[in-house]
Write a protein that binds this ligand. Structure first.
Ligand SMILES: *Cc1c(COP(=O)(O)O)cnc(C)c1O
Length: 448
């Protein structure tokens, strides 16, 4: 079979299809995290068998330039030789003891040295990190109410699964069955970038609010940057009302900049979140996440204080070794490179879409960017909240996604996600992306 638009032989995906059928018989939807299922773009998810640098290879032998990067962690690219070597050495010594180990001290010191947090506690996933940060905020303040923004995702924590961005938006789920009202009753959801809404909710409920949690720069509804001064305003509003300001940097931490999302504003403006959460890059592709912050708040955690939180595999020596090695290798040059690559691809995508007449907005935050393919009646203007992010023409993204995939570029299978680049995206990989864009943009244009 030949693809008429490229005269390239169409990719065979029978092995992925076979595995997906088998997976679907034993796992709900065939996947272990919903957005992997290609539900929003159609077709069969590719089962990846190996990765090296900027590329991944599926079980049918098709190679792709990867712009998913495991949804963020792979800042250095796949199978980085030094990370692999460190992980293999750690594995050879044993994988888990349930005792303190040296790598967790080294990784905690690295995180404390690169961020404004004074103490850090490891977990196995970003979800656990935000869940624990909220419990700690409630335990520390003696208050119950949590404020979040529509379109921000903080993991699948019951209390935070209200208007929670990409995963739910991809499947048009506003909230989820299985979360009792009592779990979200204490969660107040506000439109992002809306100072008046924040002022109103603090004026009315200020003395009941334990914390406000926000993504440092939202990336789970596509990239929707905070307007200048917005995070500073949030930090100040929380302080004035005795609530904690929790900045979720699970996606942006060690990724948007060397200093994470905080590097884009707080580091210059001189404010510091009370608590922060980290994950993704800091695990170097293994399950590791963390929350941290002010020493006096963090010392409320057991065993120093009364707020209980624990984890059998938290601070696992293999995972913390992968994270530590990744952060040690994530130098200024790495961020400068990822930034350049992201700029070239974002500008290339925008140019191809303009050429094809597709209404779109490309937005970025440091090295992270995303592209909104807008609905025909949506204003072509910066997207500043979840309502704006929702005004996309989803069939356009599906067509765009599949054209790119067929040309050997694996984008995230959802219109609400960041396109993740890595230090391993070299000129050849970038050129392959650029070469694939015009036909994909035309495929998108054909859906309007
Ligand atoms: C991915 C993500 C989480 C959840 O992390 P998991 O490791 O998937 O549980 C939380 N917050 C943000 C901002 C994220 O991007």
């Amino acid at each position: 079979m030949t693809d008429p638009t490229t005269s390239r032989p169409a990719r065979t995906t029978t092995r992925s299809a076979d595995l997906f059928a088998r997976a679907s018989a034993v796992t709900p939807g065939g996947v272990n995290s919903p957005v992997r299922a290609f539900g929003a773009v159609g077709g069969t998810p590719r089962f990846i068998t190996r990765g090296a640098g900027a590329r991944i290879t599926d079980v049918d032998g098709n190679e792709y330039v990867d712009l998913v990067g495991s949804w963020g962690p792979m800042l250095l690219g796949h199978a980085h030789p030094q990370v692999q070597e460190a992980v293999l050495a750690a594995v050879s010594r044993g994988t888990s003891y349930g005792t303190p180990t040296e790598p967790e001290v080294l990784l905690a010191e690295e995180i404390v040295s690169r961020t404004p947090v004074e103490r850090v506690r490891f977990t196995s996933s970003g979800t656990e990190a935000t869940m624990s940060a909220i419990r700690l905020a409630r335990g520390f303040t003696g208050r119950d109410v949590v404020v979040k923004f529509a379109g921000c995702y903080h993991g699948h924590v019951d209390a935070l699964l209200a208007s929670a961005g990409s995963g739910l938006a991809t499947f048009a789920i506003p909230g989820t069955p299985g979360v009792p009202e009592s779990a979200t009753d204490l969660t107040l959801v506000l439109p992002y970038n809306d100072r008046a809404a924040v002022e109103k909710v603090f004026a009315e409920h200020g003395d009941r609010i334990a914390c406000l949690i926000t993504e440092a720069t939202p990336g789970n509804m596509g990239i929707v940057p905070p307007e200048p001064g917005f995070n500073a305003f949030l930090a100040e509003t929380c302080r004035a009302h005795g609530a904690l300001f929790v900045s979720d940097e699970v996606m942006t931490g060690f990724r948007a900049t060397r200093l994470g999302g905080w590097g884009l504003d707080g580091a210059h403006e001189g404010w510091v979140p009370d608590l922060m959460t980290f994950g993704k890059v800091m695990g170097g592709g293994l399950p590791a996440a963390a929350f941290g912050g002010r020493a006096d708040v963090m010392e409320h955690l057991a065993p120093s204080g009364p707020v209980y939180q624990a984890g059998t595999l938290a601070g696992n020596p293999v995972a913390t070794t992968a994270g530590l090695t990744t952060l040690q290798l994530a130098t200024d040059e790495v961020y400068a490179h990822v930034d350049r690559v992201a700029t070239v691809i974002r500008e290339g995508a925008s140019a191809a879409l303009t050429q094809a007449g597709v209404p779109h907005v490309a937005q970025s935050a440091g090295t992270m960017f995303s592209v909104f393919l807008l609905a025909g009646d949506a204003p072509v203007a910066p997207v500043r909240d979840f309502d704006g992010a929702s005004r996309q023409h989803l069939p356009a993204y599906a067509a765009f996604f599949h054209a790119m995939l067929e040309a050997g570029v694996h984008l995230p299978p959802s219109a609400y996600e960041v396109w993740f680049c890595s230090a391993a995206h070299d000129d050849r990989a970038v050129q392959q992306v650029l070469d694939a864009l015009p036909a994909a943009a035309r495929a998108a244009a054909a859906t309007y």
